[in-house]
Design a protein around this ligand. Structure first.
Ligand SMILES: *[C@@H]1O[C@H](CO)[C@@H](O)[C@H](O)[C@H]1NC(C)=O
Ligand SMILES: *[C@@H]1O[C@H](CO)[C@@H](O)[C@H](O)[C@H]1NC(C)=O
Ligand SMILES: *[C@@H]1O[C@H](CO)[C@@H](O)[C@H](O)[C@H]1NC(C)=O
Ligand SMILES: *[C@@H]1O[C@H](CO)[C@@H](O)[C@H](O)[C@H]1NC(C)=O
Ligand SMILES: *[C@@H]1O[C@H](CO)[C@@H](O)[C@H](O)[C@H]1NC(C)=O
Ligand SMILES: *[C@@H]1O[C@H](CO)[C@@H](O)[C@H](O)[C@H]1NC(C)=O
Ligand SMILES: *[C@@H]1O[C@H](CO)[C@@H](O)[C@H](O)[C@H]1NC(C)=O
Length: 440
């Protein structure tokens, strides 16, 4: 599975900052002050004025409200969207959904056919759920508290008054995009930003897929740590440390210890978004709080907050929204053999025989994309993996109660053949065609 990188992007924000630097800043509209020191990139954001809540309707399971851009558009990395809709839904005893999207609904959202929203409860939980949605009208901000502990530090809190004073210089001096110049809610067609305060040095897990040098507990910038920039951008990279790899799971679990009560509780926050993003965990010097900041290249905000209170509860509550994992077959836990670089079907045959001779109970033989004709999924290479031989190979495995698994690669090869079968798929807006290195 280790292959040359199909798409290399280490830091989605750097792409954004590159486009910002190329803007002709003297054309910044409104009262945006665009040239003010070295952190040009973030300065475009600080002058965003956020949003004002202009109307609100209480609904059986929550509320719906209109948000309007509070000042002139800043258009830092695209166009500020003037009118937003806020939808708050008390989904279950444990789960609140907070969605902020463009009222015109032009921004991409994960289709509900792919991840259906969980069913609504039969009774309204507005006054009974574990979590409570609170908000300020102007500038619009929200915070999530536990009903049982309303005075404790909120689970999620976007109020500027809860966040450290800005501007905060870049925490990486060589990377101006790591400055925090302000914490307004930003909602543009190509850039979204929202920030929440977290308890100082709290325990954050998740935001995968990643192999983090800090271990399972993410580096939040306390205790000698330098903080985290977790990019969410699926990428065919084997096992780099502290980088984005194959999958994106923008959910974190917070495990919080209260020194007064001596009790620990867990909560969770899912951002249901497919947008390329950076999620930052950081504790600015001298700040009484740590923070999480989401920087997205598109889409909408669609948060689910889970009340726990145990770690296992949070994962179960997340499963109720995202869908539960499938029950793997018993043989899935056995020995599997796979690599990228089998030359032809004879390598498969030789592997299975060598395992049998060595007394190793091989359950599953795999093929990587070597199997395919010009790396097209769902094909077989006519020379090295002829269909009839692969079929015979699989039949023989089946006779021996063994199994076969072909990899299906999300990176579809770009071909120039208009009659190619993948064309039908790649013309769909759901697919992005990536050039595949021709050296293999
Ligand atoms: C920026 O815009 C001004 C005003 O139109 C123009 O004079 C200037 O040449 C532009 N600068 C660049 C770098 O494009
Ligand atoms: C935003 O909503 C206001 C009030 O409904 C409306 O007057 C305005 O035209 C809308 N702006 C855009 C850009 O849709
Ligand atoms: C929730 O409580 C408020 C204030 O007591 C009350 O007006 C409202 O009807 C209650 N809503 C539901 C759904 O029980
Ligand atoms: C700890 O719990 C107490 C009692 O519920 C609460 O008053 C306090 O605010 C909590 N501390 C934090 C840091 O949340
Ligand atoms: C700081 O930023 C530079 C430039 O992007 C990068 O090469 C370097 O790895 C960063 N340092 C850390 C500790 O992340
Ligand atoms: C499958 O088994 C049959 C019978 O032993 C053998 O003739 C054939 O070559 C095998 N096919 C493959 C692809 O291993
Ligand atoms: C395009 O693909 C079709 C189907 O695989 C094949 O028959 C045809 O020869 C290909 N044409 C070219 C120019 O490669």
């Amino acid at each position: 599975m280790l292959r040359p990188v199909v798409l290399s992007l280490t830091n989605a924000a750097l792409l954004v900052s590159a486009s910002a630097y190329s803007k002709n800043v003297s054309h910044c509209p409104g009262r945006c002050n665009c040239v003010r020191g070295p952190w040009l990139y973030m300065l475009l954001i600080v002058d965003s004025t956020g949003y004002t809540l202009t109307s609100l309707a209480e609904l059986q399971h929550g509320l719906s409200a209109q948000l309007q851009l509070a000042g002139p558009a800043c258009n830092a990395f695209g166009s500020d969207i003037a009118n937003l809709t806020l939808e708050v839904t008390y989904q279950s005893q444990s789960t609140i959904r907070v969605a902020v999207f463009d009222t015109a609904e032009d921004q991409f959202r994960i289709p509900t056919s792919i991840i259906p929203p969980p069913p609504l409860p039969t009774e309204s939980l507005i006054n009974d759920s574990d979590l409570v949605f609170n908000y300020d009208r102007s500038p619009f901000a929200f915070w999530i508290t536990r009903r049982s502990d309303p005075d404790a530090m909120p689970i999620f809190d976007t109020r500027i008054s809860s966040l450290p004073a800005t501007p905060i210089p870049p925490f990486n001096a060589s990377d101006p995009s790591t400055a925090f110049d302000g914490f307004p809610l930003v909602f543009e067609d190509q850039y979204l930003q929202i920030t929440s305060a977290l308890p100082l040095g709290t325990n954050i897990y998740g935001l995968g897929e990643v192999i983090a040098s800090s271990g399972f507990r993410r580096d939040i910038g306390t205790g000698g740590g330098s903080g985290t920039i977790q990019t969410h951008w699926n990428r065919d990279a084997g096992d780099p440390i502290d980088e984005n790899i194959y999958g994106s799971h923008p959910i974190y679990l917070e495990h919080r210890y209260n020194e007064t009560t001596g009790k620990a509780t867990a909560s969770g926050a899912l951002l249901l978004s497919a947008s390329g993003s950076d999620i930052l965990l950081q504790t600015p010097p001298g700040s009484p709080v740590s923070l999480i900041q989401y920087r997205m290249l598109g889409g909408t905000f669609d948060f689910y907050f889970f009340s726990g209170p145990s770690d296992v509860d949070v994962i179960a509550q997340y499963g109720a929204v995202s869908g539960y994992p499938f029950m793997p077959p018993a043989w899935g836990f056995g020995f599997h053999l796979c690599r990228w670089g089998y030359h032809d079907v004879n390598d498969d045959i030789a592997n299975v025989e060598a395992m049998r001779e060595a007394g190793i109970p091989l359950e599953v033989q795999w093929n990587d994309i070597d199997l395919y004709h010009a790396f097209r999924d769902f094909t077989t290479d006519p020379i090295s993996f002829p269909t009839d031989e692969i079929r015979s190979f699989i039949e023989n495995l089946t006779t021996n109660h063994q199994h076969y698994m072909p990899i299906v690669d999300a990176g579809i090869a770009l071909t120039v053949n208009d009659t190619d079968v993948v064309r039908a798929c790649t013309s769909s807006p759901l697919f992005r065609v990536l050039p595949f290195p021709s050296t293999h």
